[in-house]
Design a protein. Sequence first.
Length: 399
Amino acid sequence: MIDLSNIRYCSTFNDFKFSHRGKDYFVNSFLLCTVSPFVHRIFEEGNFNNELEIPPVEGDFNEFINALYGQKIRIDSHNCRFLHFISKFLHITQLETVTEKVCEETNTFENNFRWAIQLFNANQQRDEIINKLSYNLRNNLQNPCLFEAPPGLILEILNSKFLQIDQGGKLQLVDNLIQYDSAKYQSLSTFSYSKSFLLKQFTEKPFDLNKIRSNVIRNVQYFVSNDKSKRIVFSPQPSNLFNGILRSKTPFILGSSDTLGKEFDISNISKEKSGENIFCSKSEKNPFFIIKFQTVKFQLTHYAIKSSAFGNLSFCPKSWKLEVRTSSNSWTQIDIVENDNSLYGSGFQSIFDIKFSISPMSEFRFTQLDSHHNTNKSLMIDLFEMYGIAFENPKRLIN
């Protein structure tokens, strides 16, 4: 192309205006129509008044103007994708061919990912590059450039049909991002982890709680009653904290807690006769307990409660909430039940579905908001169990 830079700054010749990211660039319309059949066609149709707005993708538009006027420019990994985007937008075949070749030569995950961020921020079509990134994400789960992405772009990649990682990989990535910058990525905690996948084991056949029974809160201290041999109270650590453990080697069934940090034979804990294991709170004002897992994080889908057979039936919970502690050390509500009557009976048991999707967490808090008793609002239950999928506690990728 002939170097026409000598007329570039001559206002008489520059009768066409480009607008890009709030800045105006003036060029010669005849020169532009010569290299861009797209602009030439629009000129012939009379569809604009000698001006055109370029999509706000980040890049140095002056480099395109330099190329338009025949000046030599260096096309490398830093500008090839932007110039390729502009050349495709304006249908400038010669520049498109040259920039496409450099894009192929610099086809790395990092370069493509940062370009996808620019397209996302400018709200431009990006299906092709999203699919490419999704396909290659499996080998780049620890790539630092992931932490530069806006949350919405991460969701697009994780929802792509070309994604080559399983549910565990998705959850690990989301958790790493939240740990790295909880304020930025907290919205990812509502990411849909394919609930049908998580609940498959519960829906393929009739749900039988007894067959998948997991560990319950461990009895460590006798309850003061007329029959000490049968009435056992669970005594948590300070702050009503229990240490969570896994009951099964499979990651699908989770025992709720155990202060000793060991596994026990289920037959020694969950008795056939109701009322032999009891959790009874000392406080009557919004009594609660916390279950914390030290070595795993858990994607909770269901939890079960059995009312106590000890004492008045009205001691059973009527309203409560379940929360998780986030990486920002705050509590987020994942379920709330109000005016429930399913536990109103001696040893009555119900299973409850989590209402909000969450990423795997390690600390859960159950708080009773009301009981069926008119005056005594203590929390008294025989059993509390949690069900879902456990994952090894992922480490933060970037310290």
